[in-house]
Design a protein around this ligand. Structure first.
Ligand code: DC
Length: 221
């Protein structure tokens, strides 16, 4: 059984790449951001002040989170409801980022993430997979790109979904969220010491894919 940790900031292309690699290698793909988003969504829907860590933590007992793998990929169930659509709304991104800085929230999500690798080879994307969730992962990749490239990708993605926004708004939200994710005290979005750094600012999807497969082939023989 092996684990591939794919970490990096938003818009670096982690989820697209992880999905494609999982398909190619016929292994499980786990999107961990979706779990933080589901918790953010719960707080949003229940009008919880997310700057109040105690209020957020008090609500965790009311949350039952499950992930299941279907033909269309990972589905997140929040208290039994499929929330795959709502967790992608732009306003939920900042909620997810804010709740993810709370240590008890991160602890709450530890087992659900680690359990997925007990019976499957897995590629997991997130911020702390190589540093905290699987420090013993066979492969660790930190994928990144410059701010403008990442914001453009995210903007096009939102446009395709019909979500009204501007490039400037996307860039500024992304920079705020990155700052939040990078500077938090617990499990900040930073590369593991033994991660392979991959800058895909000037690589397209196919080029990024072959770079990633190259790194994996080096490590898993
Ligand atoms: O990958 P994403 O944009 O869907 O993640 C949403 C937020 O969740 C992100 O801003 C930071 C947080 N997150 C985290 O702290 N640790 C992870 N492993 C994955 C996501």
């Amino acid at each position: 059984m092996y684990k591939i940790a794919l970490d990096g900031p938003s818009g670096s292309g982690k989820s697209v790449m992880a999905k494609a690699v999982a398909k190619r290698l016929n292994i499980l793909y786990v999107d961990t951001g979706a779990l933080y988003r589901a918790i953010g969504l719960y707080m949003f829907r229940n009008d919880i002040d997310i700057s109040d860590a105690e209020a957020v933590v008090a609500k965790l007992a009311d949350i039952d989170l499950k992930i299941s793998q279907t033909e269309e990929g990972q589905v997140v169930f929040l208290n039994g409801e499929n929330v795959n659509g709502d967790i992608r709304l732009p306003e939920i991104s900042m909620y997810a980022s804010k709740v993810s800085a709370i240590p008890r929230v991160r602890e709450f999500l530890l087992d659900i993430q680690r359990n997925t690798a007990k019976t499957n080879n897995v590629i997991m994307d997130g911020r702390d997979i190589g540093t905290v969730i699987f420090p013993d992962a066979e492969v660790k990749i930190f994928l990144f790109a410059n701010d403008e490239v990442r914001a453009k990708r995210r903007y096009l993605e939102l446009q395709e979904k019909g979500i009204a926004t501007t490039y400037e708004e996307v860039l500024s939200d992304m920079q705020k969220r990155d700052e939040n994710d990078r500077t938090r005290a617990v499990a900040p979005c930073l590369p593991a010491e033994d991660a392979v750094m991959l800058d895909n600012s000037s690589l397209n999807i196919d080029e990024t894919m072959s770079a990633i497969l190259g790194i994996i082939n080096e490590k898993i023989k």
